[in-house]
Design a protein around this ligand. Structure first.
Ligand code: DGL
Length: 281
């Protein structure tokens, strides 16, 4: 069991920013990453559709054998409870709770600004998670264009900067001015420099990757699931565009992705059993 990989899932390459923090924090672990590139973006889809996709992705990972699952997608965290129930006793961790804790560490009294996908903003998961721990005021802004920009590798320059200002100028003009800015989508850290420039001085950018990696490390230790081995090659599954994933994914992961380690799979064929599990049948 301890030698099994940790499964990580996102709609595309964004979750690689979480995998980056995980590989640094847990260098002895092996990772199996799944990017549902064929169906990205999740952020503009309904919660029901995202739940169905997330369950299919989780099934694909558990069928290959994983000892813990990280939902490295804020939007798909809408399915966290359902996945924890459906996959028990497999530990399943999301990124929202660790992100909320990191935001409160950065600005205990707030105000906290959250930028995320439309789905995450509409679902209000960050507002609930932060208000479960504190009364700090929270403001939100959907930034859907950041997702295709990140997947395109368009992370700096005039266009990226103009889009960042368009989203952030009204948000940062909120009074009192936000003290922490949560990158509430795992695609956003690759746009960190244009986001920081548009947000201006006096605000701390918060990325949930490092706090999520800490939470995973704690859980592995608690359950005696830590790997005793040494660094292992990681594997990647994608539902489309494996070559592009290997090429552009490097910006997110911070290291080269060997195209030979990326396998294309089909999640649509998992639809009937996934639907049954969701309905509890
Ligand atoms: N990376 C995902 C997140 O953290 C969403 C991107 C998408 O819209 O698919 O929310």
């Amino acid at each position: 069991m301890n030698s099994l990989p940790i499964g990580i899932f996102d709609s595309g390459m964004g979750g690689l920013t979480v995998m980056r923090a995980l590989t640094h924090r847990l260098p002895r672990e092996r990772f199996l990453y799944l990017g549902d590139m064929a169906r990205l973006p999740y952020g503009t889809k309904s919660a029901d559709t995202v739940r169905r996709y997330a369950l299919q992705a989780s099934q694909a990972l558990t069928a290959r054998g994983v000892k813990l699952l990280v939902i490295a997608c804020n939007t798909a965290s809408v399915s966290l409870d359902a996945l924890q129930q459906a996959l028990a006793p497999l530990p399943v961790i999301g990124v929202i709770e660790p992100g909320a804790r990191a935001a409160l560490e950065a600005a205990p009294q707030g105000p906290i600004a959250v930028i995320a996908t439309e789905g995450t903003v509409k679902g209000g998961a960050y507002v609930r998670a932060i208000h479960g721990l504190s009364t700090a005021p929270v403001v939100q802004q959907a930034c859907p264009l950041f997702v295709p920009m990140a997947e395109e590798g368009l992370t700096d320059g005039a266009i990226a900067s103009a889009v960042a200002h368009r989203y952030l100028d009204p948000l940062m003009a909120t009074m009192p001015r936000p003290r922490a800015l949560v990158l509430g989508c795992t695609h956003f850290p690759v746009l960190q420099s244009v986001i920081a420039e548009a947000a201006g001085e006096g605000v701390t950018l918060v990325d949930s990757a490092a706090t999520t990696a800490e939470a995973v490390a704690r859980l592995l230790a608690e359950r005696n699931l830590e790997s005793a081995g040494s660094a292992q090659p990681h594997r990647f599954l994608v539902t489309d565009a494996p070559d592009r994933f290997a090429r552009v994914g490097e910006i997110f992961l911070g290291e080269t992705i060997d195209p030979g380690s990326v396998e294309q799979i089909d999640l649509q064929s998992l639809e009937p059993p996934a639907a049954r599990v969701l309905q509890g049948g």
